[in-house]
Structures are given as C-alpha cells and as structure tokens.
Design a protein around this ligand. Structure first.
Ligand SMILES: Cc1cc2nc3c(=O)[nH]c(=O)nc-3n(C[C@H](O)[C@H](O)[C@H](O)COP(=O)(O)O)c2cc1C
Length: 289
C-alpha cells in the first residue's frame, strides 16, 4: 500500500535520536544563507536552517545553531558580524544552498561555486561600529537581517562542544521593496522555501509553501486589540505604544485607524513623549473635544 493511502493513524513511539529535528520528527524550518567575513576578508556563505527568533519584544534577537567548527562559527567568534540572507524558493538557489552546505570547504572554494550576487552591507557609515567589518549580503534575497553577535550568556548549552549557539542582535532588516509593500499593505507574500530536515544522509528535502490563506481570529475572543497593534507596529518612526493603550482605539473604524494613529504619534513626537500610554490618549482626546 502506498503512503498516500496509509490509514495507520494511531500514535506510535519514536526514539529521540541526536539531531532529533531531522531524525525523529518532521520539522519545517527556514533556509538562510549566512554571510560572514572570513580570515582573508572575503565573504563566506554557509547554509543554515536552525535559525529562529529568540528575543522578540524589547530587544530583537535571532538564535543560530551551528556546528562549532564551521567557517560561519569561526567568523562570528572573530568578527562578531553576520548577515542572514533569506533566499526565495527557486530550485537553482536551493541546489546551490546544498552545495554551500557541505562541511570542510574553504571560503574561496565556496565563492567559486556560489551562484549568488554579493552586494556591500546596507549599513550607512553611522550604522557601522568602529573596528567592525561587515559581510556582504546576497542580492537575490527576499530579506536580509544584518546582525551582530551578543556574547552575553543568556543561553548556555551545557552539552558536548560539537554545537555552538549564537545570540544575534538584529541591527537592521532590509527587504526587496515589492515585499516591503506587501508587508505594509497586509496583502501578498514572497515565496520562501521550507527545509524539512533530511531523513537520510543522501539528500535534503525542500518544499515551497502554498499560497497562504487568511483565517480570521474569532470575535468571541474578547476585545480585539490586534488590529490596533498591527497598525501601530507598521507605522514609521520611533514612538512606542504601551499595550494597554491599544484598547482605547478598538472602536475606531479600520479605515481611519492609520490616520488617527499617525496623528497620535505626531502629537507624542511634538511633546517629546516616547511611549503612548492610555493616559496620554485621554489627554489627546480631552484636547480634541
Ligand atoms: C539547507 C541546509 C540547512 C543547514 N542547516 C544547518 C544548521 O542549521 N546548522 C548547521 O550547523 N549546519 C547546517 N547545515 C550544514 C552547513 O551548511 C554546513 O555545516 C556548512 O559547512 C556550513 O558552512 P560554513 O562552514 O561555511 O559555515 C545546513 C545545510 C543545508 C544544505
């Protein structure tokens, strides 16, 4: 009987082996080409999937898990800088990602086989720190996170030293303009690859995600501040909002939300206020009346 008609739906136990995400489960992951500066000053490219958001609200961090002897690990330890290049789904790119994922090659060898176009880091002179060198980035990427290594021991892996964990502070996110517009408008998606880990030593398995569909959050889940928060997070500028402030705007019709939040942010900026609180909204409201 083929897997397609397999009706064995009862749970069975699976042994937890090393590299459990590949050997003992199906685990969908991103495909990221890490660029870092090598010993000789060239940009090294290495493929990684164990790369996930780690600090998301106050500070913005990614966690990268690497073989501790990889070029990428050595380069992060030495230079503290890295760029995470999210390549789009394209079989030629994924073939090259597998080639760049072969341990033991030098940066020079990798650059020879890479089909990607390298551009200088997008950091302006002001965004660069004295004494640091920054890797080039991949032009074909959907988006790039430009990061620096945070050496604080917020996470310590108390295991054999075959793997290294790097806490990466996201300094900049850049994105091809068309995708940045999708993000702003809340419509449209780039096509990113999914790495399913590999079940044997011969191959990697990738898939393309299908077109996403929308699943609305039920109204019954209480006062829905999501729409307000969503819009606040997409506004330009540095004004932050206290989560309690979102509730004050839940009754504003969606079409006016962006305009009203913009005006509130302008008023806060004029008064030198860094965070919009419920009290500040009450004041703005009182003045408006
Ligand atoms: C799609 C893909 C995902 C990979 N993910 C990881 C990973 O998350 N961590 C890791 O240590 N190695 C991973 N590898 C293997 C590395 O790419 C490999 O160790 C490579 O030598 C790293 O390059 P570097 O030495 O230039 O850093 C992955 C390989 C491929 C093809």
């Amino acid at each position: 009987m083929s897997w397609f008609f397999n009706e064995k739906t009862d749970f069975v136990n699976v042994n937890i082996l090393d590299n459990f995400y590949q050997t003992s489960s199906f685990y969908p992951m991103p495909v990221v080409i890490c660029s870092s500066v090598s010993e000789s000053g060239l940009t090294n490219l290495g493929s990684y999937s164990l790369c996930f958001p780690f600090g998301i609200s106050k500070d913005h961090y990614m966690m990268l898990i690497s073989r501790s002897t990889s070029n990428t690990a050595a380069n992060i330890r030495k230079n503290k800088t890295i760029a995470l290049n999210f390549i789009p789904y394209d079989k030629a790119y994924l073939k090259n990602a597998v080639e760049l994922g072969y341990p033991g090659e030098t940066t020079e060898e990798k650059l020879e086989e890479s089909i990607f176009t390298l551009l200088p880091s997008s950091r302006s002179e002001d965004e660069k720190k004295d004494g640091l060198v920054y890797p080039e980035i991949i032009k074909e990427s959907v988006q790039v996170f430009e990061c620096t290594w945070d050496e604080s021991d917020i996470f310590k892996y108390d295991g054999p030293e075959i793997e290294a964990h790097f806490l990466l502070k996201i300094d900049k996110i850049i994105m091809q303009e068309r995708y940045a517009e999708y993000l702003k408008e809340g419509e449209g998606f780039p096509t990113l690859p999914v790495d399913f880990g590999y079940r044997d030593s011969k191959q990697f398995w990738f898939s393309k995600h299908s077109h996403p569909y929308a699943e609305p959050i039920p109204k019954a889940k209480g006062v829905n501040t999501d729409a307000v928060r969503y819009q606040v997070e997409r506004m330009e500028g540095a004004i932050k909002w206290h989560p309690d402030a979102y509730k004050k705007l839940v009754k504003v019709p969606r079409i006016f939300l962006k305009m009203i939040i913009g005006k509130i942010n302008d008023a806060a900026a004029e008064q030198g206020i860094e965070e919009v609180t419920p009290e500040f909204l009450d004041e703005v409201n009182a003045k408006r009346r």
